[in-house]
Write a protein that binds this ligand. Structure first.
Ligand SMILES: [Zn+2]
Length: 287
């Protein structure tokens, strides 16, 4: 009889233990957010393209909970660009979370330094928050105006500390300006193992980045990595694709689904520019 009780206790303990270290269970969260990068606001009339389409963007974003802009908001980090973007973001009537990109920090060392930080103080440095039970990890791994970066030791240490307080079951989405997958064809972040050593044991459900200006994706250990192209046709993509826009990201518990959305109708824009050029030409010949 005693043996039967002992074996029942052992079985019960085994079941409880297996529950406490279980693989993450399906999560009920269901919401959408928008993810874009590399606005490069004042490059090649990008400011005009964004201003002209800001009402369209507001309508497109009606179903999302918030917008993420993963860096390179500006062309060259001028204060005027940040101020204009602040006004435009406000008019979207959604929370906007940002990270700095290398272009945003180009003027960091001039007299009026930290312009990005002054205008977007909450989007500076690494941060973590949860939204409907989903963790959002913003990794600021920028290094001034450098286009290629290395994960510094202090970022890895911050991450290890932060993640030690996050449950293994919490689905996490990682956001960075610089692409973290080691096989990214260009601009892959160096020493990304400093990030993965803290995250591989966690329930990361996706990595989203900009900077590479390409619609690229690849998996690592079953987790998808996505990079987005530039938001506006004014700035070229490095993969030479003429697809410009952003991702609407649906968070479905333990997975994400991305859907491309074009903000500025690029074909219409080209037609418009062609007809403007023709008109300029006609004026020239009349003179
Ligand atoms: Zn960049």
């Amino acid at each position: 009889m005693r043996m039967v009780i002992y074996s029942a206790i052992i079985t019960l303990v085994a079941v409880l233990l297996s529950c406490s270290v279980q693989t993450p269970v399906a999560h009920p969260a269901r919401f959408e957010f928008a993810f874009c990068s590399d606005i490069h606001f004042a490059c090649n009339h990008g400011d005009e393209q964004l201003k002209r389409n800001i009402d369209t963007w507001r309508r497109q974003l009606a179903s999302v909970d918030f917008l993420v802009v993963a860096g390179d908001l500006t062309c060259d980090g001028a204060e005027d660009e940040f101020i204009q973007l602040q006004v435009l973001f406000k008019s979207l009537k959604k929370p906007v979370y940002t990270l700095p990109g290398n272009h945003d920090l180009l003027l960091e060392n001039v007299e009026d330094d930290h312009l990005y930080r002054k205008c977007f103080p909450k989007g500076f440095g690494c941060s973590y928050f949860e939204h409907h039970g989903i963790g959002f990890l913003f990794l600021d791994i920028s290094d001034g105006g450098k286009a290629s970066v290395t994960i510094k030791e202090d970022v890895g240490q911050w991450l290890a500390r932060k993640m030690s307080r996050v449950s293994i079951a919490t689905p996490i989405i990682v956001i960075s300006h610089f692409p973290l997958h080691p096989s990214t064809p260009e601009y892959a972040t160096r020493k990304s193992d400093r990030i993965f050593s803290a995250l591989d044991q966690k329930n990361v459900i996706g990595y989203l980045s900009g900077h590479y200006h390409a619609w690229w994706s690849m998996e690592r250990g079953g987790v998808p990595f996505y990079t987005v192209g530039s938001l506006l046709p004014a700035t070229n993509n490095h993969d030479t694709s003429d697809k410009h826009g952003y991702y609407k990201v649906a968070v479905l518990g333990n997975e994400i689904k991305v859907e491309f959305v074009e903000l500025v109708d690029a074909k219409q824009l080209i037609e418009q520019e062609k007809s403007e050029e023709t008109m300029d030409g006609e004026d020239f010949f009349k003179e």
